[in-house]
Design a protein around this ligand. Structure first.
Ligand code: FES
Length: 146
């Protein structure tokens, strides 16, 4: 039986095993490659997407748990032109290799949705689960402040 959900504002469904991680449904079945694979354990944040507005780790989330819910990916965030966060990321020249950045932006978007003017400590707390091997943390913080 298909699992139905909303993906970036549109109906989506999958007939894959309900235990399949959402990440693989997004990337391999639905062709949305903006969400990246990192640790596969929900620990590094690279695969961050929104589920009903909250930041979640797509690599560790069985797709069964998104049934009837709304998923937003980096593709949906910028669906109507660059999102202000993406513009800020460009203005601050934030990425280095770039691999972690879709997850960083999605985590930042979830933060700003509930706290539009976070201070440094609040940014650090909210972003602490999103690792960056290139050490772009100062630029990420500046982009969020912008
Ligand atoms: Fe390279 Fe973050 S920009 S891992």
């Amino acid at each position: 039986m298909a699992i139905e959900f909303t993906l970036n504002g549109r109906p989506a469904s999958t007939a894959l095993d309900p235990q399949t991680p959402l990440l693989w449904v997004l990337r391999d079945e639905l062709g949305l490659n903006g969400t990246k694979f990192g640790c596969g354990k929900g620990l590094c944040g690279v695969c961050t997407v929104h589920l009903d507005g909250a930041a979640v780790r797509a690599c560790a989330l069985p797709v069964a748990l998104v049934a009837g819910k709304s998923v937003l990916t980096i593709e949906g965030l910028g669906a109507e032109g660059l999102h202000p966060l993406q513009q800020a990321w460009i203005a601050e020249n934030t990425p280095q290799c770039g691999y972690c950045q879709p997850g960083q932006i999605m985590a930042a978007a979830a933060l700003l949705a509930t706290n539009p003017q976070p201070n440094d400590a609040e940014i650090d707390a909210a972003m602490s689960g999103n690792l960056c091997r290139c050490g772009t943390y100062p630029r990420i913080r500046r982009a969020i402040q912008r």
